[in-house]
Design a binder for this molecule. Structure first.
Ligand SMILES: *[C@@H]1O[C@H](CO)[C@@H](O)[C@H](O)[C@H]1NC(C)=O
Ligand SMILES: *[C@@H]1O[C@H](CO)[C@@H](O)[C@H](O)[C@H]1NC(C)=O
Ligand SMILES: *[C@@H]1O[C@H](CO)[C@@H](O)[C@H](O)[C@H]1NC(C)=O
Ligand SMILES: *[C@@H]1O[C@H](CO)[C@@H](O)[C@H](O)[C@H]1NC(C)=O
Ligand SMILES: *[C@@H]1O[C@H](CO)[C@@H](O)[C@H](O)[C@H]1NC(C)=O
Ligand SMILES: *[C@@H]1O[C@H](CO)[C@@H](O)[C@H](O)[C@H]1NC(C)=O
Length: 704
C-alpha cells in the first residue's frame, strides 16, 4: 500500500511522510501544553499542534477531526462548558434508510358495539349498531351481546375478569367498571361469534368535590411520551407532529440531554427527581412493592387535588415492569396496565416491530391515546378537574427506527382531536422521549452518539398561563439553547405546584443538587455535571477522532476481558458464548479547554476515550451465522497507570439490536453481553436469573 502510494506521488509523499515522522519525533520530546494556550479553538483543531498530545503520539490524529467552528457548523448549545453540535438532520445517508413502513390496518369491519357517555348521568352505556350486525352476518336475524369486566388484582402481575354479563341496547355500565371485553354472537349460539371488542373506561370518581373552583388556576399536566425518539429523528420521521408542536405556545429544548441508558432511569428521574442509585437506597427493586415506596410527581399532584393517570401500550415492557415487579398498590387513579395485560391475552394480537401491534380490533397505541382522549373529555371538556397524566407509546418506535414514519399522522391526528376538546386551553402539555435510538444503523453513523443521547422535548404552555407567568415563557425561550436534563424538567413540574401553593416544601434529597427548574432561566454556562448528566451520556464535550492505534485496541480488549469475567462471575458462562474482540471501529479522545476556550491537556493526565468496537461470539465452527456484537464505551485512563483503569458497566452501550439472541437470559446486563448457546441452556438460564433478577438496571458498579 505504502509502496504503491510512493510510486504514485513519489517525492511529495516521501517528503511529507518524512516531515510527519520528524514532527512526531520532535513533539514526542518537547510537548508543552502552554504552547497551545493562546490559539483559538478552531485553529487548534485543524492545527498540527494538537496532534502532539501524549496520548496519541504513536500515530497521530486523522485529519477529519471534529469541527467546532461556530461560523460554519451549527450548535444546539455553544457555551464555554458545553458545545453540542447540531448534525445534518437530513443527511442523505440517513434519509436513504428511511423507507416508509407498510401501514397495518387492524380490522376493516365497522364497530358493532360502541361506547357512549351520558354527560348528565356521567355513566357509560353500550350501544349495539344493529345495521352493522346485519351487514356483518346477513343470515343472522337475532343476536346477543355480553361483556366481561376487567379488573386489577392484588398487584401488577395479575388482572382478572368477571362475567359474562349480557346487556341490553344502551344499557348503562356500572360506575366501578374500568375496562370491558365485549362479545356479540348469534342468539342461543354462543360459538357463532359476530364481533369481539375491548374498551377502557375512564369513570368519573364518586366523590362530590366542586372541581370548578380550580378552573384556570390549576393547569392540567399532560405528558405524552414516544419511546426512543431523538430530537433529530423526530424531525426526520414525524413532520406532521413537528408542525403541530411548532405552533405558538410550544417551546423546544434543544439542549436536552438524557441522564441514563434506557427508559427506566430517565423516566424515574422525571417522576421522582432521583438517580437510580438514590432510589436503590430506599428499597430493592428486586422486591415486590419497592416502586410503591418512592414518591412520584403524581403523588404530589394528587395531594394538590389533581386526578392522576398513567398508560403504556405494551404491557410486557412497561417501564416499571420490564424485568421488575412493578407496583403492588395501584400508583395512580387511572391506570391502564391491568386492562392492557388482559386484552393482550384475551384478544387476537398481531405482532409488528417485535411486539403486539394490533390487539383485537385496535392498534395497541390507540388504547393509550383513546384513554388519554377520554381523560381529556371527562375532566377537561365535560367538567373541569385538573389532571396529571403520563401517556407513553412504545409500539412503533421501541424496535424500529422507521416505525415513526407511520405513527406521525395518527399521532398528529390525536393532537388535533385533543385541541378540539380544549386540552390546549387549560393544560401544560409535554411531548418528550426518554432517549434516542440506542442501537442499529442510526447510532453507527458519525453523529450516532448525539442520536442516542438527545431525546426530544417540547413543552406547551396555555395562553392564560403564559399571561399569568410571563417569566416562565421567557425562561423557556432562553433555555432552548442551554444544556438541560430531565432533573430540570422534574423541578419545573414541582415549580408549577409551588406556583399553586407557595410555601409547599419538597424533599431536598434530589438526584441533581445543581439542577434548576426548567421554568426558570438556566445558567448560561452549565456543565454536564451541573445538570446531573454523567460523562458517558454527555454530548457537551467534543471528542476528536483519533487514529485507532495499538493502545486503544488494548483498552477495547480489556473491556472484552472484563465483560467475560463479569459473565463468568454471574454464572452465565454455560449459557452465553464468550465474546472475542475482533475489530476497533473508531476511537475518539475527549478535548479539554481552559476558561478561554483554548485546548489544553487532560487534567492530571486522565484522558477520556470513546471507543467503538466489534466482538464476535466464540461459537463452535458449525455455527452458520456470524455472531457479531457492536459496542461503544467511554473509558477514562491515565496511560502511566493502566492498572487502575475503571470501566463503568452502564457506560458500555450495545449498538446493535440484541433482542433476538438473548432470550435465554433475563438480566438486563447479561442481555447486553449474551449470545445464547442453545435452547436447553435457556431453561437453566431462567432458573439462574430468578436469583439474580435485575440486580442490573440500577447497578452502576464498576468491576475491575
Ligand atoms: C468551515 O470553514 C472552514 C474555513 O472557513 C473551511 O475550511 C471548512 O471546510 C468549513 N467546514 C465545513 C464543514 O463547511
Ligand atoms: C342521559 O341520561 C338522562 C337521564 O337518564 C336522559 O334523560 C338523557 O336523555 C340521556 N342523554 C343522552 C344523550 O342519552
Ligand atoms: C348464509 O346464507 C348463505 C346463502 O344465503 C349461505 O350460503 C351460507 O352458508 C349461510 N351462512 C351461514 C353461516 O349460515
Ligand atoms: C400478586 O397477586 C397474586 C394474586 O392476588 C398473588 O397470587 C401473587 O402472589 C402476587 N405476587 C406478588 C409478587 O406479590
Ligand atoms: C506528557 O509526557 C511527559 C513525559 O512522559 C510528561 O512529563 C507530561 O506531563 C505529559 N503531558 C501530558 C499532558 O500528559
Ligand atoms: C427450572 O426450574 C423449574 C421449576 O422452577 C424446573 O421444573 C426446571 O427443571 C428447572 N430447569 C433446570 C434446567 O434446572
Amino acid at each position: 500500500m505504502l509502496g504503491r502510494l510512493i510510486n504514485k506521488y513519489r517525492k511529495h509523499t516521501l517528503i511529507a511522510f518524512l516531515l510527519i515522522l520528524i514532527f512526531i519525533l520532535v513533539n514526542q520530546q518537547s510537548y508543552d501544553p502552554k504552547i497551545d494556550a493562546t490559539t483559538p479553538i478552531e485553529l487548534l483543531l485543524a492545527s498540527p499542534a494538537l496532534k502532539a498530545s501524549n496520548a496519541t503520539t504513536t500515530s497521530g490524529f486523522k485529519t477529519q477531526e471534529a469541527q467546532i467552528n461556530p461560523s460554519n457548523r451549527s450548535f444546539y448549545v455553544f457555551s464555554k462548558n458545553c458545545k453540542i453540535p447540531q448534525p445534518n438532520i437530513y443527511a442523505e445517508e440517513i434519509m436513504s434508510m428511511l423507507r416508509p413502513e407498510l401501514d397495518i390496518q387492524c380490522t376493516k369491519e365497522p364497530d358493532l358495539v360502541s361506547l357512549r357517555f351520558n354527560v348528565t348521568t356521567r355513566l357509560y352505556s353500550l350501544h349495539i349498531n344493529m345495521e352493522v350486525g346485519a351487514q356483518l352476518k346477513p343470515n343472522i336475524s337475532q343476536f346477543a351481546c355480553f361483556y366481561h369486566e376487567v379488573f386489577r388484582a392484588g398487584n401488577d402481575s395479575y388482572s382478572g375478569t368477571r362475567g359474562p354479563r349480557y346487556f341490553l341496547q344502551d344499557e348503562s355500565v356500572p360506575r366501578h367498571i374500568q375496562g370491558l371485553i365485549v362479545q356479540c354472537h348469534e342468539l342461543h349460539k354462543p360459538l357463532n361469534v359476530i364481533q369481539r371488542d375491548a374498551f377502557a373506561l375512564v369513570q368519573f370518581p364518586a366523590s362530590h368535590e366542586k372541581p370548578d373552583r380550580l378552573r384556570d388556576t390549576y393547569p392540567s399536566i399532560i405528558i405524552l411520551g414516544i419511546d426512543s425518539m431523538s430530537r433529530m429523528h423526530f424531525k426526520r420521521t414525524m413532520p406532521e407532529t413537528v408542525k403541530f408542536v411548532s405552533q405558538p405556545g410550544w417551546y423546544e429544548m434543544e439542549g436536552y440531554n438524557k441522564v441514563g441508558d434506557n427508559t427506566l432511569p430517565n423516566l424515574l428521574a422525571l417522576l421522582t427527581g432521583r438517580t437510580p442509585h438514590q432510589s436503590l437506597d430506599i428499597c430493592n427493586v428486586k422486591k415486590p412493592g419497592c416502586f410503591n415506596q418512592l414518591v412520584y410527581l403524581w403523588n404530589h399532584f394528587k395531594n394538590a387535588g389533581y386526578l392522576t393517570a398513567y398508560a403504556e401500550d405494551i404491557s410486557s415492557i412497561d417501564t416499571f415492569n420490564y424485568l421488575k415487579r412493578g407496583f403492588d398498590r395501584q400508583p395512580v387513579d387511572f391506570y391502564l396496565r391491568p386492562f392492557m395485560m388482559t386484552v393482550e391475552l384475551a384478544m387476537t394480537t398481531l405482532k409488528h416491530f417485535g411486539y403486539p401491534f394490533c390487539i383485537g380490533r385496535r392498534l395497541s397505541f390507540y388504547y393509550v391515546y383513546e384513554f388519554c382522549e377520554q381523560m381529556v373529555k371527562r375532566f377537561i371538556s365535560e367538567t373541569y378537574r385538573p389532571i396529571f397524566g403520563l401517556f407513553w407509546t412504545n409500539s412503533y418506535t421501541h424496535e424500529s427506527y422507521t416505525g415513526a414514519t407511520i405513527l406521525d399522522d395518527k399521532f398528529a391526528g390525536f393532537l388535533r382531536r385533543f385541541k378540539k376538546l380544549g386540552l390546549f386551553d387549560h393544560s401544560i402539555v409535554i411531548l418528550l422521549s426518554d432517549h434516542g435510538y440506542r442501537y442499529g444503523p442510526l447510532v453507527e453513523l458519525k453523529d450516532g452518539y448525539l442520536e442516542e443521547r438527545l431525546p426530544m422535548l417540547h413543552i406547551y404552555l396555555p395562553p392564560w398561563y403564559r399571561a399569568k407567568y410571563p417569566k416562565v415563557s421567557r425562561a423557556l425561550r432562553e433555555n432552548r439553547n442551554r444544556l438541560s436534563s430531565v432533573y430540570d424538567l422534574h423541578l419545573a413540574l414541582k415549580h408549577v405546584l409551588i406556583q399553586l401553593r407557595p410555601g409547599i416544601e419538597f424533599d431536598r434529597d434530589v438526584g441533581c443538587p445543581k439542577c434548576r427548574p426548567l421554568f426558570k432561566k438556566l445558567p448560561r454556562d452549565r456543565s454536564c455535571e451541573d445538570a446531573g448528566i454523567k460523562e458517558h451520556w454527555c454530548t457537551c464535550q467534543p471528542y476528536a477522532k483519533v487514529q485507532p492505534e495499538f493502545f486503544m485496541e488494548y483498552l477495547a480488549k480489556m473491556v472484552v476481558y472484563r465483560i467475560n469475567k463479569l459473565m463468568r462471575m454471574k454464572q452465565y458462562e454455560n449459557i452465553c458464548y464468550r465474546l472475542q474482540y475482533s475489530r476497533l471501529d473508531m476511537a475518539e479522545r475527549k478535548l479539554h479547554f481552559d476558561d478561554g476556550g483554548n485546548v489544553i491537556g487532560a487534567p492530571q493526565g486522565v484522558e477520556s476515550y470513546r471507543l467503538k468496537f466489534d466482538t464476535t461470539a466464540k461459537a463452535p465452527q458449525t455455527s452458520l451465522k456470524k455472531l457479531v456484537a457492536k459496542f461503544r464505551v467511554t473509558i477514562k485512563c491515565n496511560r502511566d497507570h493502566l492498572n487502575g483503569v475503571k470501566i463503568h458497566l452502564p457506560f458500555i452501550s450495545r449498538l446493535d439490536s440484541y433482542q433476538s439472541e438473548t432470550s435465554c437470559v433475563h438480566e438486563r446486563i447479561a442481555k447486553k453481553f449474551c449470545f445464547c448457546m442453545d435452547a436447553g441452556a435457556a431453561n437453566l438460564a431462567k432458573n439462574t436469573s430468578q436469583e439474580l433478577e435485575d440486580t442490573s438496571l440500577f447497578h452502576e458498579d464498576e468491576y475491575d
